[in-house]
Design a protein around this ligand. Structure first.
Ligand SMILES: *Cc1c(COP(=O)(O)O)cnc(C)c1O
Length: 369
């Protein structure tokens, strides 16, 4: 049996007619950049997120950059980011002109360690970026307590967390801005690059909208220099169709996670992902840990099971940040996890036979000691 890591074609086959109709509508009215299809998606996605405003932009990286800039974060400011996330989180801080400050993560969840975050706050710290990594929300009540005590803005990286909630409340309730990616492999994926910023404050919404569109509202009355990051009409149309299915897909992911948990409960050597109570994990990734990760990954590959590692090098240890002068020991948890974590195949269409086969292959692994 072959089990791919993600299966975008299975999803496309199921919604092909709806997608093609939606794309045809864009081609018919040629609203290629922003336009009514993007506006309709923005309205629907704001509602889905339980928020007042959604601004469709060019990517998740741009969403973070625009949110930071629109909140006044720039040169001379520090922003706290977790040591284990995709580079876009810290890159956006740099793109906004500020300085990313890495924070170690919690060993059980791979999420930012808030005690470690507090220890890194200086007089220059302006914001914290909680990343809801793998689809598991950060403890946002605790983030808010910290942010209020230390006067920090909260920009959430929700790129892996469409539909995640905390104590039944939407993520947008807990911070200044929520930033989403619609990269094709995300839980809600476009057919190209796209992203969105979701906010409640109308003035911040306007500022984000202008920043994403050359600092303007009218055609040529630019109030400041912004950037060019506007959602494509085709992407808005595709995303709007897919948004109707997202809850069902999320429930299917959660059911697959529960299935893995049952199948793998007694397999020696494997640590399963921890789902914290009260926080709705949407399982963008199903990440286990194993001390013999590389050998295990090769074992699975030889049996037709594709896996991933998110991420193989913790951000402070990347060549891109060599100039910061960090040592792996400065981030002991993130540095250790990067050698142990393994992402199993996870998507709504994963069948029970596929999950059972993955579990059987994991059970058959004998580490090379
Ligand atoms: C995908 C991702 C991003 C960046 O999104 P793009 O749309 O690819 O720019 C940012 N942060 C995290 C955690 C991501 O997974």
């Amino acid at each position: 049996m072959n089990v791919p890591f993600v299966d975008l074609s299975a999803q496309y086959v199921a919604i092909r007619n709806e997608i093609r109709e939606a794309m045809d509508a864009v081609l018919a009215d040629r609203t290629f950049i922003r336009g009514p299809h993007v506006a309709d998606f923005e309205k629907d996605f704001a509602t889905f997120c339980g928020a007042n405003h959604c601004i469709g932009v060019g990517s998740g990286t741009d969403a973070l950059t625009i949110a930071l800039r629109s909140l006044g974060i720039g040169p001379g400011h520090e922003v706290l980011v977790p040591a284990n996330t995709f580079i876009a989180t810290s890159e956006a801080v740099t793109l906004a002109g500020a300085h990313p400050v890495f924070v170690d993560v919690h060993p059980d969840t791979s999420l930012m360690d808030l005690d470690a975050a507090e220890a890194k706050i200086t007089s220059r710290t302006r914001a914290i970026i909680p990343v809801h990594l793998f689809g598991q929300p950060v403890d946002m009540a605790a983030v808010r307590t910290l942010a209020e005590a230390r006067n920090l803005l909260i920009v959430q990286d929700c790129a892996q967390a469409h539909g995640a909630t905390v104590d039944g409340r939407p993520l947008a309730d807990f911070g200044d801005a929520c930033c989403y990616s619609f990269f094709p492999g995300k839980n809600l994926g476009a057919y190209g690059d796209a992203g969105a910023i979701v906010v409640n404050d109308p003035e911040l919404a306007t500022r984000c909208r202008m920043t994403a569109n050359h600092g303007r509202i009218g055609k040529y009355d630019h109030e400041f220099e912004g950037m060019n990051s506007r959602m494509d009409g085709l992407q808005g149309a595709v995303l709007r169709v897919k948004l109707f299915h997202l809850e069902a897909w999320t429930e299917a992911r959660r059911a697959n996670a529960a299935r893995y948990a049952k199948l793998l409960a007694d397999v020696p050597g494997i640590s399963l992902p921890v789902a914290s109570p009260g926080r709705r994990h949407v399982y963008h990734l199903y990440v286990i840990r194993h001390p013999w990760r590389d050998a295990l990954q090769a074992h699975l590959k030889a049996r037709g099971v594709a896996t991933g590692v998110h991420y193989p090098i913790a951000l402070p240890n990347l060549t891109a940040y060599a100039g910061f002068g960090h040592k792996p020991e400065d981030f002991p948890v993130a540095s250790r996890l990067s050698g142990e974590i393994l992402s199993l195949p996870m998507y709504a269409e994963l069948t029970s036979e596929q999950a059972a086969y993955v579990a059987q292959c994991l059970r058959e692994f004998n580490h090379p000691e």
